[in-house]
Ligand binder design. Structure first.
Ligand code: ADP
Ligand code: MG
Length: 440
């Protein structure tokens, strides 16, 4: 089956990508929704995981229903897979966590305004003192670091409290194991095992919405653990109350703990992340020179998903390494034309002003004019905030477009909205909605 998959990928990716990345791989086994592949180096494994993970999973699924993840390892194969197979046949006596990504540590997590609360909460849970909030519910859009934070908690706990049984898995894997237990008539074992962990982490819980029996089982597991005062950590792509088809009783239990969200990244955070990731890539690939303005350019242009930003940087590193030259802005244009094109939709300050005026039903001339009444001033500040966030204009440039205002006025407006976002739910929603409208 691997030869079939690999043949399909050869057609899709072309000969040179195929030769570099796919051909050297060897599928060793599939177990518990995870396919293990042997790669000639960690770099190749990382690369394939980052760029082709979903493509490969989708194809392997034809033969392996329930497959959700690829795991790469370097060097001689076999042993672990054989062990895993023996374990499942004899009904496992401990639950194995899904594989953790070694680089997803707290050290490698860059903290900025948009994620500081989530980071602090994750840190606290990882200290494994008395349970302070249960569950911890982390939510936010794709690629903002939910999985990274959960793995970081798991790593930290494994270090400081090896006696604790920490179980991390995706909601999809939870369902898969549950269905498997039903099929194999091992549901009692399943229940006992899940109730015996000390810390349970379930990633992307929105997945079980609408899946009735899995939700039911999840709810019981959840309650049993909370009753025993065991820590639970959940992530989702949106707030508990906003997950469609999630049972009300589950939603309300989720809300009993601490619910924190990861906001979309801002420019400073993206810049910080790029610097940190560059240091990490340099460790595995060797040092690479990064020319002036490259990080700044990337942080401006690739704004939605940190994973994409990271993939772009990795590609630049690989390329620069290959040709032995520093990363320049020209190289960025050449190498990343596909990514840049797809994030091309540049929003203009004028567009923002128009959309915001429409949304709040005020005149564009009032937005730009001198009126200070709240019903005009607030939308104006929101527009300033969005202009700062979504365009690469400087504060003075934005000021000029707001009827010649001073850059300090713009800064004040931006700060004001930033501040209010955390207390004023309505305003936060308006801002999110407008951002989405402007970016779509
Ligand atoms: P999510 O689970 O929210 O979709 P991930 O945790 O998988 O997102 O993050 C996507 C990628 O972005 C990962 O490689 C992760 O390391 C990286 N990332 C996201 N936020 C940060 C951050 N604050 N610092 C460092 N890396 C980050
Ligand atoms: Mg994730």
């Amino acid at each position: 089956q691997w030869s079939k998959v690999s043949k399909e990928l050869r057609q899709e990716l072309g000969e040179s990508s195929y030769k570099s990345w796919i051909e050297p791989l060897e599928l060793v086994g599939v177990e518990n929704g995870v396919a293990r592949l042997n790669a000639p180096s960690r770099f190749v494994g990382d690369w394939v995981k980052r760029n082709y993970h979903d493509k490969i999973v989708a194809r392997l699924r034809n033969d392996h229903a329930g497959l959700t993840q690829l795991e790469f390892f370097v060097g001689p194969a076999a042993a672990p897979v054989v062990k895993a197979r023996v374990q499942t046949q004899e009904a496992p006596s401990v639950l194995e966590s899904a594989p953790l990504e070694g680089r997803y540590t707290f050290d490698n997590f860059v903290v900025g305004k948009p994620n500081e609360l989530a980071h602090a909460a994750a840190k606290r849970v990882a200290e494994a003192g008395p349970v302070t909030f249960n569950p911890l519910f982390l939510y936010g859009g794709v690629g903002l670091g939910k999985t990274h934070l959960m793995h970081a908690i798991a790593h930290e706990l494994q270090q400081s409290r090896p006696d604790l049984q920490v179980l991390y898995l995706s909601a999809e894997q939870f369902m898969y194991r549950f269905v498997q237990a039903l099929r194999d008539r091992q549901i009692m074992d399943f229940k006992n095992l899940f109730r015996s962990v000390d810390v349970l982490m379930v990633d992307d819980v929105q997945f079980i919405a609408g899946k009735d029996s899995t939700q039911e089982e999840f709810f019981h597991t959840f309650n049993a653990l909370v009753d025993q005062n065991k820590q639970i950590i959940i992530s989702a792509d949106r707030a508990p109350g906003e997950i469609k088809d999630l049972e009300a009783r589950i939603t309300s239990r989720m809300q009993c703990g601490l619910v924190v969200d990861l906001h979309p990244t801002d420019y400073e955070l993206r810049l910080g992340i790029l610097h940190r990731k560059a240091a990490i890539f340099a460790e595995t690939l060797g040092p690479v020179n990064v020319g002036d303005g490259v990080f700044e350019f990337l942080a401006h242009r690739i704004t939605t998903n940190v994973r994409v930003l990271e993939g772009a940087l990795q590609r630049l590193f690989a390329f620069s390494n290959l040709i032995g030259q520093e990363i320049t802005l020209d190289m960025v244009q050449d190498c990343l034309s596909d990514i840049l094109r797809s994030s091309e939709r540049r929003v203009t300050v004028e567009e923002i002003q128009r959309k915001v005026s429409e949304h709040f039903n005020i005149r564009l001339s009032d937005m730009l004019g001198p009126k200070r009444a709240r019903n005009v001033a607030r939308p104006r500040q929101i527009a300033m905030y969005l202009a700062k966030e979504l365009t690469s204009r400087s504060l003075p440039e934005i000021g000029r477009r707001f009827g010649g205002r001073d850059h300090t006025t713009i800064l004040y407006g931006v700060r004001k909205v930033e501040e209010m976002r955390s207390t004023d739910v309505q305003l936060a929603e308006d801002v999110d909605l407008l951002r989405r409208l402007l970016q779509s």
